[in-house]
Design a protein around this ligand. Structure first.
Ligand code: SF4
Length: 68
């Protein structure tokens, strides 16, 4: 993994598309018009705190984050 990036994976079986992650980190997570969750798998480090907050607040604990 790059030293300048956060690595994200979302468990699609757990995720129920509540969208709280989009509220916490809109630069990384986005619910699409057709009901899917789109996300950047390796955003830059500047979004680290937002991504960690999104993972913490996900009601399904569906977001896994690796940080350098
Ligand atoms: S907060 Fe969790 S359950 Fe909700 S859309 Fe994001 S990853 Fe999915």
């Amino acid at each position: 993994m790059s030293k300048h990036r956060v690595a994200i994976t979302v468990d699609n079986y757990r995720c129920h598309r509540y969208g709280l992650c989009e509220v916490e980190a809109p630069e990384v997570f986005r619910l699409t018009a057709d009901g899917r969750l789109a996300y950047r798998a390796q955003p830059s480090l500047w979004s680290r705190e937002d991504v960690l907050m999104a993972a913490r607040n996900c009601p399904m604990q569906a977001i896994h984050v690796e940080t350098p």
